[in-house]
Every structure is written in structure tokens, then in C-alpha cells.
Design a protein. Structure first.
Length: 118
């Protein structure tokens, strides 16, 4: 019998906070950068795959929250998320190759998160 992957426990352990989620994504991006030293094609796909948890968690958080309670900060982060998702999809379907733009958008999102003091 094949070993079952406890996917629910893995998803439950993913960070939900803005900074922690960005740090988690950054670690995966650095790992894909290290893989780029050995195998370019695999690193490109790893970069695309490492953005999936970020897009799903951030997208779910924005879609489940009431739009009437959004602050200006939330609107800016949602605009960055939509732009990142669009660029990510264009990279997946090879409409254009712009891995740097994906990293730049992640950096802008981090700057928005770091700027807000709670």
C-alpha cells in the first residue's frame, strides 16, 4: 500500500500571516534559485510551483473578507495579488518570460507589509 501524504496537515501548517507567508515563499524562491545552478528548467518550474501556496492563501483571504471592510492597504495588496497572478499565468503559458517581474512584485508586497505597523 502506498504511503499517504498528509496534505491536510501540511496545508494547516502553512503560515497565514502576511510576513510569515512572504518569508515562506522567499525560502522557496531561494531554493529554486539554488536549483538554477544545477538544472535551469527544473528551477523555473519550481519557481512557478512555489508561488501556488502564496496565491491561494492570499487570494482566499481577500475573496473571503467583506469588500466593504477593506482598507486602502488591503486594496493595494489585492491589486498586487491580481497583477502577480496575471504575470504568473503568463509565465506558465510562456506568453512572456519575466521571472524578475514576479520577484519584483513579491518584493513590493513585502514592502507594503513591512510598512504597516500593527
Amino acid at each position: 500500500m502506498a504511503a499517504r501524504i498528509p496534505i491536510r496537515r501540511f496545508i494547516a501548517r502553512l503560515p497565514r500571516d502576511g510576513k510569515e507567508l512572504l518569508y515562506f515563499t522567499a525560502v522557496l524562491v531561494v531554493a529554486s534559485g539554488l536549483l538554477r545552478l544545477f538544472h535551469y528548467a527544473a528551477s523555473v518550474w519550481m519557481l512557478h510551483i512555489c508561488l501556488i501556496p502564496y496565491l491561494l492563501i492570499r487570494g482566499g483571504k481577500h475573496l473571503l473578507s467583506a469588500k466593504s471592510s477593506w482598507t486602502e492597504y488591503d486594496k493595494h495588496r489585492f491589486a498586487l495579488l491580481v497583477t502577480l497572478a496575471f504575470v504568473w499565468l503568463m509565465n506558465i503559458f510562456t506568453a512572456f518570460k519575466a521571472e524578475f517581474l514576479v520577484l519584483f512584485l513579491l518584493m513590493l508586497d513585502y514592502l507594503l507589509v513591512a510598512r504597516v505597523k500593527k
